[in-house]
Structure formats: structure tokens, C-alpha cells
Design a protein around this ligand. Structure first.
Ligand SMILES: *[C@@H]1O[C@H](CO)[C@@H](O)[C@H](O)[C@H]1NC(C)=O
Ligand SMILES: *[C@@H]1O[C@H](CO)[C@@H](O)[C@H](O)[C@H]1NC(C)=O
Ligand SMILES: *[C@@H]1O[C@H](CO)[C@@H](O)[C@H](O)[C@H]1NC(C)=O
Length: 325
């Protein structure tokens, strides 16, 4: 049993933390005075490894999560936070039933995560697998992520993120955004997701921006060699994202999405609209490429379809569903 801890630099490694066995978090969220359970800050050359497990014991805390209706909610603690961590590696760790996100990276540079196993039930609220913001040169590989929210989410300032050999599901898939909520958001650029599988997720590859929004840019993404296994929205750009009830459907996002390639994406969509590119009416998406898309829908009422609005780009190679750009 471990209470909330912070390991704070500045210090320069190499420093290795070995986690073996199972660490359990306190069940009562009121015992956490911080936004995390285990946190590392301002460390260069950190290694966290060891094959052990982090048990966030979230199930008793999830009912306290009212963030979907209360904008001033107190967030539950993240299982493991990395803030201002550079030239570091995290590998061979398991995390289950986090209270909030499992892993959160903020202001990190050159960090590799591999052989991570993340598990939480599909209904657990806000349990992102790995949440990344304001971080550069991050690689995530050879990992299994099944959770209640995004498997990997990348928000403002995520740059040069490389994701390979990750299997995701259940969960909300790989997600960029939501973008455009605050002033002067850092751009999101250079995201590659390759050789990954999504199974029974709500989304596959998603980019979402608020409407209305403030201006920013999301560009230079490659999504390649991805298998969709019963995914509700396999390919989705949603620039009209507004999950709350009082949304202005005529408001536009000002986030410019540019240079996005979806290549060799195949498998089964669990909804009829397998490709949904809903771009902004004020700054249309530019240079969107769909190459060799083969997504089937078997639910009846006809084959899979695609929907596009305000998209500039091109489709080529296999086009199932038929392209709409
Ligand atoms: C992360 O992986 C890349 C490519 O495998 C490697 O070049 C880089 O040095 C690694 N970084 C760290 C901190 O281990
Ligand atoms: C793709 O991922 C699978 C496991 O999901 C792995 O066995 C295979 O080596 C990967 N292929 C490449 C080219 O990385
Ligand atoms: C978009 O791609 C074009 C060429 O394909 C390149 O010239 C341009 O710099 C890219 N822009 C961004 C913002 O990535």
C-alpha cells in the first residue's frame, strides 16, 4: 500500500526505479491532496521498469467522478505522472483500474515507453491509458491498452509522437484533441501511428476540435497499417466536438488541420459510416489523404459509407467505403 508520492528533481540520472510486485493506491480519493498517485518531476535520464503492477483501486472512486456534468469538478488522481522528464524510458510495467488517467506526460522530451500493459473496464470514466501534452519526441511501442477512455490521447503541444505495435481496446481509441479550447495553444505536429490494432473501441483514429474554438494548428499526421476490429468510428475527424448539451451547431472551429494521411486501414466498422471527416466550415482541412482503405460494415442496411464536409485532399488505391473527398 502506497500513499501519494512525488519524486522531484531537478536531478540528472541515470536513475532507475524498479517496481516489482503490486503497489496498491488508497481507495478513498479524499486521501489524495494532489492530482496524482505517483509522480516524477524534473529528472533527466530516468528509467522506470521492473515488471510490477500499479493498482489504482479506482472502482470505489469512479462514482465520485462528476466531470461529465460539473466543469469545476476536482479531478481524481492520475496513477503515474511524468512532468519535465527528459531522455528517459518507462518499460515493463502494468497499470490497472486507475482512478483517472493511468499515465500522464507533461513537458517531457525524448521519452520511450514500451511493454506497458494497461487495463480498466470499458465503463470506467476518464481512465485514459496514456495522456500526452506539451511533450516532444515520445515513442510508445509494444503495449496493450484496454480502458474506459482514450487508449492514447494527445493534446496541445504534442510533437513528434511515434506509436507502433500497440493494441487498443476496449476504449475510445487513439485520439488527438480536443483542441482549440484555450488561447495560444501550442501546435500539435508530427504524429505517427503504425502497425496497431483496435478492437471493440468507440473510435479508431480520431482528431477532435471544439466548436466554437480558438485558432491553432494540427498537422503532419500519418496513420498506417492499422486493423479495425469492430470499431464504431474507425476514421473520424470531428471539428464540431461539443459533448455538453448547450452547443451552438452553427459555431465553427478555427483549428487548421493539415497534412493527414490514412494509409492501409482495414477491418470491420461497427457503424455504417466508417469514414467521417467533419472539418471546419471556416478553415477546411487541407491535404487529407486516404490511401488503401478497406473497411466493411456487416450490420445490415447496406455497405459502409463515408461522409465528408469541408475536406480538401485525395483518395487513392482501394476505396471501401467509396471515397468522398
Ligand atoms: C528512444 O528510442 C529511439 C529509437 O529506438 C532511440 O533513438 C532513442 O535514443 C531512445 N531514447 C531513449 C531515452 O532511450
Ligand atoms: C506489427 O505488430 C505485430 C503485433 O501486433 C508484430 O508481431 C509485428 O512484428 C509488427 N510488424 C512490424 C513490421 O513492426
Ligand atoms: C504540409 O505538407 C506540405 C507538402 O506535402 C509541406 O510543404 C508543408 O510544409 C506541410 N505543412 C505542415 C504545416 O506540415
Amino acid at each position: 500500500m502506497l500513499g501519494s508520492v512525488v519524486f522531484q528533481g531537478p536531478c540528472k540520472g541515470p536513475i532507475a526505479f524498479l517496481i516489482k510486485g503490486v503497489l496498491k493506491a488508497p481507495t478513498d480519493p479524499a486521501l489524495f491532496l494532489t492530482d496524482h498517485w505517483i509522480s516524477f518531476q524534473f529528472i533527466d535520464q530516468l528509467v522506470v521498469k521492473g515488471g510490477g503492477s500499479l493498482d489504482g483501486q479506482g472502482s470505489s472512486a469512479w462514482p465520485y467522478n462528476d466531470c461529465f456534468k460539473n466543469p469545476h469538478c476536482k479531478p481524481l488522481p492520475v496513477t503515474m505522472r511524468f512532468d519535465f522528464i527528459t531522455n528517459s524510458r518507462v518499460h515493463h510495467l502494468k497499470s490497472f483500474n486507475s482512478k483517472n488517467s493511468h499515465f500522464n506526460l507533461f513537458a517531457c522530451n525524448n521519452m520511450n515507453m514500451s511493454n506497458i500493459r494497461i487495463t480498466a473496464p470499458a465503463h470506467s470514466p476518464n481512465t485514459d491509458g496514456i495522456h500526452i501534452g506539451t511533450s516532444t519526441n515520445i515513442k510508445i511501442s509494444r503495449s496493450l491498452i484496454g480502458t474506459g477512455d482514450d487508449c492514447i490521447s494527445m493534446v496541445a503541444g504534442s510533437q513528434n509522437i511515434d506509436i507502433t505495435d500497440v493494441s487498443c481496446g476496449p476504449g475510445h481509441g487513439f485520439s488527438v484533441g480536443s483542441l482549440g479550447k484555450s488561447h495560444n495553444e501550442e501546435y500539435v505536429t508530427g504524429i505517427t501511428i503504425r502497425n496497431c490494432t483496435l478492437s471493440n473501441t468507440d473510435n479508431g483514429l480520431r482528431i477532435k476540435t471544439w466548436a466554437p474554438s480558438l485558432p491553432t494548428v494540427a498537422s503532419g499526421f500519418t496513420f498506417e497499417d492499422i486493423m479495425m476490429n469492430n470499431v464504431l468510428n474507425p476514421i473520424i475527424i470531428d471539428q464540431q466536438y461539443c459533448p455538453s448539451p448547450n452547443c451552438d451547431n452553427n459555431a465553427y472551429s478555427q483549428v487548421q488541420i493539415r497534412n493527414v494521411t490514412f494509409k492501409n486501414i482495414w477491418g470491420v466498422s461497427s457503424s455504417k459510416v466508417a469514414v467521417n471527416l467533419k472539418c471546419s466550415g471556416s478553415v477546411p482541412c487541407e491535404n487529407i489523404k486516404l490511401v488503401d482503405i478497406n473497411l466493411a460494415y456487416k450490420g445490415g442496411g447496406g455497405p459502409a459509407t463515408s461522409l465528408c464536409s469541408n475536406v480538401k485532399g485525395q483518395s487513392s488505391g482501394r476505396e471501401n467505403p467509396p471515397g468522398c473527398i
